[in-house]
Design a protein around this ligand. Structure first.
Ligand SMILES: C[S@@+](CC[C@H](N)C(=O)[O-])C[C@H]1O[C@@H](n2cnc3c(N)ncnc32)[C@H](O)[C@@H]1O
Length: 419
């Protein structure tokens, strides 16, 4: 059993795990974690929606937080004999409980005293809030053989105790976002984590098998499958600055990007060349060309020559960025324009892709003051366009709207399958 601590939008994290491991292998815990029924470590580096992965140590029935700390005071010294000698870095994160910093510090200092008594030196990582931040876990090396982050996770009346084994590499994500030579905040770039989630939602288990480790530092749970599984050709017909292409390449897929703007084609190309240089990647895994997604004819010869599956992952035209809701007439115009482009694209590509092809598309949705969203009209009739909209067990369609409170234009992650 493995534990996954969710990112900012728990349901989106669950959706990603569901497509990778199967709905029957995922159990949601509160609004912050999931248990994944697998003995292999989770592929943290390709999980955009999972902040930490951990191994489940034990479950305490009917427990509350003070009881859990009493349990740790008794059991921790025994557990430490399995760790390497030397100074231990120890941190504790709690999920689903309210606990003040001071109270947590008091508890961790008691643990420190007990560990010291057993003859080990130990340094405590102090909480800034209930859960340690990714940076604290990463920089204090709590997932190394000399570190330990204990996760105390409320699951109904029980408490799960888990130990963090992997943490999202926030520096690598930041480099792949802000370190790229060409960026354009006006077009609305996808965060790399979200691009990974979308690639996983479209490619499913293929992503787990193809991610390349040695050159990209990405890990796979099944190294035997790494070389044998054919990559997927990930097509982004609205590639912009190329975030989907970049993440697809790092996940071991072929990437094919098109965009109506010659400027964006230049940006994507420069960014992927930068990626190739920086991560020492081989040639021939990507192609970028100019094209209007509503009329373009894509050349999928790479899929035919390598038996690669095809998946379409993109963020369509979102309309202009908005800092406040415009008057109704203006908003209607923006929505119509975005709908015409997205619908025109879906109609155009429907004749070019095989039945069963999966698409994960971020469509714009506008966040209204009453906390509802305006959706694109095409979502009322996807079957007329040649697609079934896919339902997931762990997340409803509206759970898959990616947004921040202060944003007007949200991204509605829409999973389609060509009929
Ligand atoms: C929201 S941006 C995509 C940004 C991209 N995901 C990234 O991370 O950089 C939408 C892109 O769609 C492109 N676009 C707009 N209309 C298009 C059309 N009809 N065909 C192809 N691309 C189009 C724009 O040039 C823009 O780059």
């Amino acid at each position: 059993m493995q534990v996954a601590i969710s990112g900012r939008q728990h349901k989106i994290s669950l959706a990603e795990l569901e497509v990778l491991f199967g709905a029957h292998n995922i159990t949601s815990i509160g609004t912050y974690a999931a248990i994944v029924n697998t003995n292999k470590p989770l592929p943290q580096d390709i999980l955009g929606g999972t902040q930490k992965t951990a191994k489940l140590l034990t479950r305490l029935e009917g427990s509350d937080l003070p009881n859990v700390f009493s349990y740790l005071q008794k059991s921790l010294p025994e557990h430490l004999q399995y760790l390497d000698d030397g100074k231990l870095q120890l941190g504790v994160s709690v999920y689903g409980f309210e606990a003040t910093r001071d109270w947590l510090l008091k508890q961790t200092l008691i643990l420190k005293k007990i560990i010291r008594k057993s003859g080990r030196s130990v340094r405590i990582i102090e909480n800034k809030s209930e859960a340690l931040e990714s940076a604290q876990v990463l920089y204090n090396k709590l997932t190394s053989s000399m570190g330990m982050e204990l996760l105390l996770i409320k699951d109904g009346n029980d408490v799960i105790i888990a130990q963090t084994t992997q943490i999202q590499d926030i520096d690598a994500y930041s480099e792949r976002d802000f370190g790229r030579p060409m960026r354009d905040t006006y077009v609305g770039m996808l965060p790399p984590k979200l691009a990974q989630i979308m690639i996983n939602l479209a490619c499913g288990t293929d992503s787990v098998h193809t991610s390349t480790i040695s050159k990209t530092k990405l890990s796979t749970p099944d190294s035997q499958a790494t070389n044998t599984h054919p990559p997927t050709l990930v097509l982004d017909p609205f590639c912009g600055t190329g975030v989907v292409l970049q993440e697809a390449i790092l996940m071991g897929h072929f990437a094919y990007g098109t965009d109506i703007s010659t400027k964006m084609i230049e940006y994507s190309t420069k960014n992927i060349e930068w990626l190739q240089e920086k991560w020492k990647l081989e040639n021939g895994t990507w192609k970028i060309e100019n094209g209007d997604a509503t009329t373009h004819q894509w050349n999928f010869s790479a899929t035919q020559s390598t038996n690669a599956n095809l998946a379409v992952v993109c963020e369509t035209y979102l309309g202009k960025p908005l800092t406040h809701l415009p008057a109704k007439q203006q908003l209607d115009q923006i929505i119509d324009e975005a709908n015409i482009i997205a619908e025109g694209f879906l109609q155009n590509i429907a004749h070019q892709i095989p039945s069963g092809t999966k698409l994960c598309i971020a469509l714009p949705a506008w966040h209204l003051e009453d906390n509802t969203f305006i959706h694109l009209k095409l979502l009322d009739h996807p079957t007329d366009l040649g697609y079934n909209r896919i339902d997931l067990k762990n997340a409803t369609k509206s759970d898959l709207i990616y947004h921040r409170e202060d944003q007007i234009v949200a991204r509605e992650l829409t999973i389609l399958e060509k009929i």
